[in-house]
Design a protein around this ligand. Sequence first.
Ligand code: NI
Length: 226
Amino acid sequence: MLLHIPNVLTQDEVRIIRTRLERSDWTDGRATVGAQGAQVKRNRQLPEASAEGRELAAIVQAALARNPMFFAAVLPVRSMPPLFNRYGEGEHYGDHVDGAVRVVPGMPGMLRTDVSSTLFLSAPEEYEGGELVVQDTYGEHEVKLDAGDLIVYPSTSVHRVQPVTQGERICSFFWTQSMIRDDARRSMLYDLDRTIESLRGRLGDCPETVALTAHYHNLLRQWAET
Ligand code: NI
């Protein structure tokens, strides 16, 4: 499931993050990928361990924590601290799949990457090219969103970032381990959740919405890995 979640960050938060990123030191994006990714990745990233990176990541994490749509769609167990990247003219990231497991800085164990997220920090009119292209069974989907908007997609998908031909594309990105490993089940739960919310809006609480809510939670109980 590809899902567009609008206004994850307020425009004030976008401005604060952008201003601080202007004066940050950036490194080669190949620092955080394996051998296949390194061959096709040409961009710059904020260093993972920098104090600046951690503070900006905390702003994004707080925004995610208050977003019910993100929770319903992703059903997170935990996420990697968000990272930040920029693509200037000629930079791109060719077809690749994100690594299946990652070490979380400062946490024991590994994180399984079930859901990938890209949070746009540049407005679409600030750059040409730079679309995120995600493949699924329906073909390829091009994504270029307003600043502050987020796209979530299954980490199992092959995807790329098209070359930027003018201007600069700045984004945050991160991975989440979901309670629901399987994308199809996660999508079904999301659809059920949205449908119940819509019914509740029209009918208020009634025996049928209570029964469907019970069904949602019982499915989640069957499938959840925490
Ligand atoms: Ni990727």
